[in-house]
Design a protein around this ligand. Structure first.
Ligand code: ATP
Length: 309
């Protein structure tokens, strides 16, 4: 019995470590909503961005449950190298579009193409490397701040990690934490705010430097001021290099300068155009904009005081 207890203790610690990494994986998978049943084809080829990242949804129908379609025969083209916004009432399927593109799920019918390649025909690794996401709720590993940023590109040096944090305007804040970059964050670490988490996600993204960028705006995690500061950072990053960037937005004020705004309702595209065109068109976008300017939510309830313009 005595002889056995040492290896068993050892096994106990291996088990704890294993469990920890599984938990971390679980957090990541939940966040990115990666569905493990998605399979790569045996003859899958790496994604080639031959046109600079044009995304096309062709007659896409999808529902999380068989008889409840969320996207209905949706067709839309997201031009390469532009800033695009996807807007629409809550629950209309904005985030779902993103999950299909990332292949967290596959469409029931129709196709999704990136530079004319069906996302189901390319390797999952090349697809997910090409796409950077700032999700609504950033998953943090139970690890140091440094690792949490470094994860965006493990080949990068520590100087690059710090530079990315600087560009996301979080470096000074990190330095003020008890152990600087060695501070542990995540569920078992330092409690940090939603805004700080998102800045860490932006740092991670800067380090990853993906050709396709998605920003899934949190409904209510950030106050307007933090949101605007973060958008300013992202716009600054985008200026450096042409890349396809898609903003899933709730607050229309954060995206009114987009090159193209796609308006969804109940899983279909109802309007597309620039802010000016859509305002002139007088459809759903103008209604949503007017309601938000009056401080109302989609259901017409008062949500916030309107700030001075
Ligand atoms: P919001 O503006 O509120 O973030 P959204 O337009 O991004 O909403 P989605 O998150 O795409 O909407 O969700 C569309 C619909 O699909 C909603 O009715 C939602 O309840 C449902 N849904 C989302 N994720 C799942 C899931 N994993 N399983 C089942 N239903 C889901």
């Amino acid at each position: 019995v005595f002889q056995l207890s040492v290896p068993l203790n050892f096994l106990g610690s291996v088990y704890r470590e294993l469990r920890q990494s599984l938990l971390d994986m679980e957090t990541l998978f939940n966040l990115q909503k990666v569905n493990v049943s998605i399979q790569q084809k045996p003859d899958a080829k790496p994604l080639q961005l031959t046109k600079g990242g044009e995304i096309r949804f062709e007659n896409v129908t999808f529902g999380y449950y068989k008889d409840r379609p969320i996207l209905r025969n949706l067709t839309v083209t997201i031009p390469a190298g532009k800033k695009i916004a996807v807007v629409g009432p809550s629950g209309c399927g904005k985030s779902t579009l993103l999950r299909l593109l990332f292949r967290s799920y596959d469409a029931q019918s129709g196709r999704i193409l990136i530079d004319d390649q069906d996302v189901r025909d390319v390797t999952l690794d090349s697809l997910r490397r090409a796409i950077g996401v700032v999700p609504q709720d950033t998953p943090l590993f139970n690890d140091t701040v440094e690792h949490n940023i470094h994860y965006g590109n493990l080949d990068a040096g520590i100087d690059e990690v710090h530079e990315a944090a600087r560009r996301a305007h979080i470096h000074d804040r990190i330095e003020s934490w008890p152990h600087g970059y060695a501070t542990k964050v995540g569920e078992r670490g330092l409690m940090i705010s939603g805004g700080e988490k998102q800045r860490l996600a932006v740092s991670r993204l800067i380090l990853k430097d993906p050709p396709l960028l998605f920003f899934d705006e949190a409904t209510s995690a950030l106050d307007t001021h933090t949101e605007q500061a973060l958008m300013a950072n992202i716009n600054e990053i985008l200026r450096d290099k042409a890349r396809t960037s898609v903003f899933v937005a709730h607050r229309l004020r954060t995206i009114y300068d987009a090159d193209l705004i796609i308006v969804l309702r109940e899983g279909s595209v109802v309007e597309t155009g620039t802010h000016r065109e859509l305002m002139e068109g007088g459809g759903l976008y103008r209604d949503l904009w007017t309601a938000q300017e009056m401080g109302l939510n989609d259901e017409g309830e008062v949500i916030e005081e309107v700030e001075g313009k």
